[in-house]
Ligand binder design. Structure first.
Ligand SMILES: Cc1cc2nc3c(=O)[nH]c(=O)nc-3n(C[C@H](O)[C@H](O)[C@H](O)COP(=O)(O)OP(=O)(O)OC[C@H]3O[C@@H](n4cnc5c(N)ncnc54)[C@H](O)[C@@H]3O)c2cc1C
Length: 365
């Protein structure tokens, strides 16, 4: 079914809760019939997709913009004889609801991604990640409607070209518009723990009163004997998230506003020397994580904090004090323009202290 509304404010459909006027909102629930129909009527031309609206910033009113909002939300689960489960979820399935369903069924894979707002369609575009897992680790295929080719296309995981918060769906030609309709995931019916994130491992050891042991060798056997399950990992993830991130129901945000910068090894040395020079010998060492291929990932939150940005505000927009990577609609009355001013102020301050240019993770419209 197709539902069309003119001149709509999308404020309630985005987690930032900022004013977001668009010229036309088109919702559909039956991709097979509705998308070719919308295509024929030219409604997919230069349109923008909106899923759960948890990673989008509408910077200004957009009276000429058409926004397409999938509303199809069925799930199927097929267990295979080799201990896997093929889970197929329509684009508008709520990611956290899917994490809950899979965990309740005893399926491993999605539990570390618990608590991330938004829909599975948006998650497959953004390649969401948390606590050592990215959606790409679980994707089997993604089915889309291509406006350019006027047909449905299924992308294998390799076709999706997943990277850090990146996928082929973020690099489309202006006339292309790939509408993600369905995502197929491969989950495991047998235990497959991902405990590389130390905070999560520590929380689970506490929960099961286990000795953390040698940090290089996780006590996975002991955790399994103690009865660890996808549901208990999910609960631990949720409690870790609650302690750091704003609850979307209380404070508007789009989660991490900036990406963690990835720099070449020589650039890393220059950044470290610059930081030592600026801050003196007693300064805390700059944290980084070496990646395969010799590049280094820096912590954007640490850079923002140490550059002194935490007190910055612009209109109703501010940084979340326990996680300054998150820009929040603190007053509830912020505008897209406030957020953009704050974003620019943070980028400029981090650049002047570290010589590193932050790039936003949040999609700007
Ligand atoms: C409090 C909070 C915490 C968060 N924590 C995390 C976290 O831990 N890890 C993480 O990775 N992210 C996190 N996020 C960011 C966000 O939740 C994810 O990026 C999420 O997957 C976006 O999904 P969505 O459905 O809301 O997409 P939207 O925000 O609606 O859209 C995101 C992008 O995907 C496109 N898109 C959406 N649906 C479709 C579709 N069906 N077809 C084609 N394109 C589409 C949009 O056009 C846009 O470009 C957090 C956000 C908030 C508010």
């Amino acid at each position: 079914m197709i539902r069309l509304r003119e001149n709509t404010d999308l404020r309630e459909m985005t987690t930032f809760g900022l004013p977001a006027m668009c010229g036309r909102l088109v919702e559909f629930s039956d991709p097979v019939n509705d998308l070719p129909e919308l295509d024929r009527r030219g409604l997919l031309d230069r349109a923008v997709l909106l899923g759960g609206g948890s990673n989008m910033l509408f910077t200004a009113p957009a009276p000429a913009l058409t926004v397409i909002h999938p509303a199809n939300d069925s799930i199927t689960v097929d267990k295979t004889p080799d201990g896997q489960a093929i889970v197929t979820a329509d684009a508008a399935v709520v990611l956290d609801g899917l994490c809950h369903t899979a965990s309740q069924l005893g399926l491993w894979g999605l539990e570390n991604l618990s608590g991330i707002p938004g829909h599975i369609g948006g998650a497959a575009v953004q390649n969401v990640g948390a606590y050592g897992v990215e959606l790409a680790d679980l994707v089997d295929s993604v089915t889309c409607y291509s406006r350019k080719n006027h047909r449905f296309v299924t992308y294998s995981k390799e076709d999706c070209q997943y990277g850090y918060r990146d996928s082929i769906f973020k690099h489309q030609e202006p006339d292309e518009l790939l509408v993600v309709c369905r995502v197929t995931l491969r989950l495991q019916a047998t235990p497959r723990l991902r405990l590389g994130y130390k905070g999560l491992y520590d929380t689970l050891c506490e929960r099961y009163s286990l000795d953390r042991g040698n940090p290089q060798q996780y006590n996975i056997t002991e955790l399994l004997k103690a009865g660890i399950s996808p549901l208990s990992v999910r609960e631990s993830v949720m409690s870790l998230r609650d302690s750091k991130l704003p609850a979307p129901s209380e404070t508007g945000s789009a989660g991490s506003f900036f990406k963690n910068p990835v720099v070449a090894a020589e650039t890393l040395e220059a950044i470290i020397s610059r930081w030592k020079e600026k801050s003196g010998p007693a300064a805390p060492p700059l944290p980084y994580h070496m990646l395969p291929g010799g590049t280094a990932k820096l912590s954007a939150a640490w850079l923002i904090d140490k550059a002194g940005c935490k007190p910055f505000t612009e209109g109703g927009a501010a940084l979340w004090q326990t996680q300054p990577l998150v820009i929040v609609n603190l007053s509830g009355e912020a505008t897209g323009a406030d957020v953009v001013r704050l974003e620019k102020a943070v980028i400029s301050q981090v650049e002047s202290v570290f010589g590193v240019t932050l790039t936003p993770e949040v999609i700007h419209i």
